[in-house]
Design a protein around this ligand. Structure first.
Ligand code: SF4
Ligand code: SF4
Length: 89
């Protein structure tokens, strides 16, 4: 079990692939689908390997990635807690 879990806002993503390139675990990839802007968006295909290093969230120029630390995720939920990533209001 990893330390974190990335949450990627697909509608904010512009498909630059920077996050894919910096992830040390290589668990991010571009989706086959498109968002409403017409971009392939980034997705995580193996969140259990996320180390919560924050590299993807820091490099994203559109603040589309938020990292949830597993210690903050209630058991059986995974949908709330305190995020460590950056995101505009
Ligand atoms: S926080 Fe680190 S390990 Fe997790 S998806 Fe982002 S770059 Fe990869
Ligand atoms: S760095 Fe941000 S905008 Fe670029 S592909 Fe990743 S999530 Fe999308």
């Amino acid at each position: 079990m990893g330390k974190g879990r990335p949450e990627i806002d697909r509608e904010r993503c512009k498909g630059c692939e920077l996050c894919n390139m910096v992830c040390p675990e290589s668990i991010l990839r571009m989706s086959e689908g498109f968002n409403h802007k017409g971009y392939h968006y980034s997705e995580c295909f193996d969140p259990d390997r996320c180390t919560a290093c924050m590299s993807c969230a820091v490099i994203c120029p559109d603040a589309a990635i938020r990292i949830w630390r597993r210690a903050a995720i209630p058991a059986g939920d995974g949908a709330s807690g305190t995020g460590g990533g950056k995101r505009d209001a």
